[in-house]
Ligand binder design. Structure first.
Ligand code: NZQ
Ligand code: ZN
Length: 391
């Protein structure tokens, strides 16, 4: 295990009716004027918007609001949010929604406190040194942004989807009521499941040795997520299953499963090119790419994939042919993605083969010529992974 620092100050308020504590949490955070940020309107349909604004009013907390954060949130709304938040003198940013609303809110929180262009943080020209405090009411377990340091934004004009991060962007609090996820379309639930599983794979697939505790935590989380996802397919309002998925989404990405080990993140980089170009759902892109990435890198460490197959995907042990066991694990993972309604080929997901050069061009802009730590990849390797995922 490598040395590490882990700082996770978010207060998680979890369970039925958890959003009733919002006003109290804002008062406790010293919020005087809240910048309320959300997505395309699901929170209005579900009535959550009314409940949130009611709890602000009850505590006499002033607020302004800006909705419209799209899935794969874009820079233009962040600029608009920064201006509005500054002009209104808000001192706290509250995101209500999924990863997109939260990421957009985080970028606004950092941008408000910075004199230059907020994109500098995503370009590597500046690091985040100040940010307004962020709070979250989560409606979609997937990205894990409610507990993570990260924000991922797309610069539309250049088609660049990039992430940046800072401990300053970890939410002060995150309210997670599993019942708020009952209204999710199955597609979003399933994409969220793939995303959280992928956040675990990005940590599990490592060359760091002697990380048995985090390995086992990863495996247990994967098993629990798959079990709960299967329940939700037949019973979308199964509270316990929704609760498992909600908490798994958070711990999959708040960093606890990655401490002491080298993390990977190549498949996320490959996927961000898909969601930038096609506005593809992030989890759907990952469902297509992860089995291909695993197959491509299998020989780097058959033992690691053997462990994943036997401990997480239930493949029986066979010490005489570990590679076959590892392959069966990847096949089962793909089967699970199909079972929950996710695409597993680029063709199915709506990509076009003639776009591969474009995907590789932006990948090069974002990651350079060589990337990855588990296996050092060149752009030619990335091309092969896209090709393997084609059909
Ligand atoms: O926009 P509204 O109307 O709210 O509808 C959303 C949206 O259409 C809908 N939705 C959310 N909660 C709902 C609901 N519909 C009904 N009932 C509810 N309770 O679901 C749709 C998708 O929402 P979105 O926020 O886009 O999804 P997700 O949470 O999967 O976030 C995806 C974004 O997060 C980024 C992804 O790249 C993508 O841009 N990521 C952020 C990370 C981070 N900050 O740490 C890490 C991840 O790897 C990921 O890259
Ligand atoms: Zn992700």
């Amino acid at each position: 295990m490598e040395n590490f620092r882990f700082y996770s100050p978010t207060e998680f308020v979890f369970g039925k009716d958890a959003e009733k504590e919002l006003g109290e949490l804002l008062v406790g955070s010293g919020a005087q004027k809240v910048f309320l940020h959300y997505g395309g309107g699901s929170i209005r349909k579900t009535g959550l918007h009314d409940r949130v604004t009611q709890s602000l009013k009850q505590k006499n907390i002033d607020y302004v609001e800006l909705g419209g954060a799209r899935a794969n949130p874009v820079d233009s709304l962040v600029y608009e949010g920064i201006d509005l938040c500054r002009n209104e003198g808000c001192d706290f940013v509250l995101a209500v929604g999924g990863g997109s609303a939260i990421d957009s809110a985080k970028a606004i929180a950092a941008g408000v406190k910075y004199d230059g262009d907020f994109w500098d943080f995503f370009d590597g020209k500046a690091t985040i040194e100040h940010a307004l405090p962020v709070g979250v009411v989560l409606t979609l377990p997937a990205a894990g942004s409610e507990g993570s340091v990260a924000t991922v934004i797309t610069k539309e004009e250049e088609g660049l989807k990039r992430g940046t991060g800072s401990d300053l962007l970890r939410p002060r609090f995150a309210i997670i009521n599993p019942e708020l996820t009952y209204t999710l379309p199955m597609w979003q639930t399933a994409a969220g499941v793939v995303d959280m599983m992928s956040h675990i794979f990005e940590r599990y697939i490592t060359k760091t040795e002697d990380v048995i505790l985090t390995d086992r935590l990863c495996e247990a989380t994967l098993v629990s997520v798959m079990e709960a996802a299967r329940k939700i397919i037949s019973a979308p309002n199964d509270y316990e299953a929704r609760a498992t998925i909600c908490w798994a989404g958070t711990i999959a990405h708040n960093g606890i499963l990655g401490v002491g080990r080298q993390e990977e993140w190549t498949t996320h980089a490959l996927e961000h090119e898909l969601s930038a170009l096609y506005d593809m759902t992030h989890g759907a892109g990952l469902a297509v790419l992860f089995p291909a990435y695993m197959e491509y890198t299998l020989d780097e460490d058959v033992e690691r994939y053997y462990r994943l197959a036997t401990k997480a995907f239930g493949v029986p042990e066979n010490h005489y042919d570990k590679k076959a066991v590892a392959r069966e694990g990847i096949r089962r993972l793909k089967g699970f993605f199909i079972e929950i309604g996710m695409p597993v080929t680029l063709k199915e997901a709506g990509a076009k083969k003639e776009d591969f050069p474009r995907l590789l061009e932006t990948l090069k802009k974002n990651k350079g010529n060589r990337f990855g730590s588990f296996m050092k990849l060149k752009l030619s390797d990335a091309k092969k992974i896209y090709e393997m995922a084609w059909e």
